[in-house]
Design a protein around this ligand. Structure first.
Ligand code: NAP
Ligand code: ZN
Ligand code: ZN
Length: 346
């Protein structure tokens, strides 16, 4: 077993603090990864603070992981020592159910094994990426293409795939009008990806503070949702809306922005239930949907797409001691646009 430095949450209210954790011995299909960077996803905060139900403490969160292979098990064929690799939100699944067989491991009928807060192959709780190293079975390790710097690639492992998957599924591309609600970690990647796919992109943010950035990242239009005019001006004008907001919003107001047959996909996962009025959907045959990360093959496809289009995340690299401060800034929508922890500081 390997002992590594990590940062853990010990209760819903205490700040995260340094600790050590054990990583399992390599089985024949395992890869030991020296973590170089670890992203801060809003889901880490929801989990560390028990916002989605009770969390089992202590927990090491973090599911945007980029690093370099240190060691491989005897039967590993996909990776070699020194490879640049990533790990996202899942570290395993049953691989046998119909969804797993279709490459939809995130929707595994037996429950995918989450990178943190799940139960690993050794029967122990999984611990995530705010650590110096991790052991993951090779089928759930991604290859980071040479064209993307490791730090900027890190947020692609969750924020990237979570927005890429619905954009692909609902066919964003030339001729489609896509709106992105909330320009944080997920939102800024949605803007870059939808633009690279050829869609017409609009950002719907609480204010115009980040407008210049939004336009630079690929948005064609940028509107403040604090301005009531936005909702009258843009009524019926989008084919696809990706809602990345981490808090409860007035979905009916956003659904009315969809054209006939338009879809609002919720990827934001607030702790409070959302409500939808039937008459926000019925008069224009609109759909309200959800989407969770993406499968392993699709995640690799997304990484390759990003390399091909020169895309990475906009990041602010921080030392581990600034994690708690970074959490407060994420909660205040003061992130531009993803905090990435330098793993050498754990
Ligand atoms: P984030 O960086 O905090 O971004 C969320 C953005 O939403 C903020 O930057 C802000 O953008 C906007 N926002 C925040 N509070 C708001 C409020 N009260 N009203 C209106 N807008 C508000 O978070 P993230 O890491 O992108 O994650 C976003 C959500 O997605 C979280 O709930 C997370 O758990 C969830 N998530 C889901 C999946 C999935 O598989 N479905 C995967 C990853 C994350 P503006 O300043 O532009 O308004
Ligand atoms: Zn995430
Ligand atoms: Zn399965």
């Amino acid at each position: 077993m390997l002992t590594v430095n990590a940062y853990a949450a010990t209760s819903a209210t205490e700040p995260l603090a340094p600790t050590t954790i054990e990583r399992r011995d390599l089985d024949p299909h395992d890869v030991l990864i020296d973590i170089k960077f670890s992203g801060i996803c809003h889901s880490d905060i929801h989990t560390a603070r028990s916002e989605w139900g009770p969390t089992t403490y202590p927990i090491v969160v973090g599911h945007e992981i980029a690093g370099v292979v240190r060691e491989v098990g005897s039967a590993v064929t996909k990776f070699a020592v020194g490879d640049r690799v990533g790990v996202g939100c899942m570290v395993d699944s049953c691989r046998e159910c119909d969804n797993c067989r279709k490459g939809l491991e995130q929707y595994c009928r037996n429950g995918n094994v989450q990178t943190y807060g799940g139960v690993g192959r050794d029967g122990k709780p999984t611990q995530g990426g705010y650590a110096q190293a991790i052991v993951v079975t090779e089928d759930f390790v991604l290859r980071i293409p040479d064209g993307i710097e490791l730090d900027a690639a890190t947020p692609l492992l969750c924020a990237g795939i979570t927005t890429y998957s619905p954009l692909r599924h609902w066919k964003a591309g030339p001729g489609t009008r896509v709106a992105v609600v909330g320009m944080g970690g997920l939102g800024h990647m949605a803007v870059k990806l939808a633009h690279a796919m050829g869609a017409e992109v609009t950002v719907l943010s609480q204010s115009l503070k980040k407008q210049e950035d939004g336009l630079r990242l690929g948005a064609d239009q940028y509107h403040a949702t604090s301005d009531a005019e936005t909702f009258t001006k843009l009524a019926g004008s989008f084919d696809l809306i990706i809602n990345t907001v981490s808090a409860k919003i007035d979905l009916d107001a956003y659904l009315r922005l969809l054209a006939v047959d338009g879809t609002l996909v919720n990827v934001g996962a607030p702790e409070d239930p959302l409500s939808v009025h039937a008459f926000s959907l019925i008069p224009a045959r609109r759909s309200f949907a959800g989407s969770m990360i993406g499968g392993i093959a699709e995640t690799q496809e997304m990484l390759d797409f990003c390399a091909e289009h020169g895309l990475g995340a906009e990041i602010e690299v921080i030392p581990a001691e600034k994690i708690n401060e970074a959490y407060e800034r994420v909660l205040a929508s003061d992130v531009r646009y993803r905090f990435v922890i330098d793993a050498s500081t754990f």
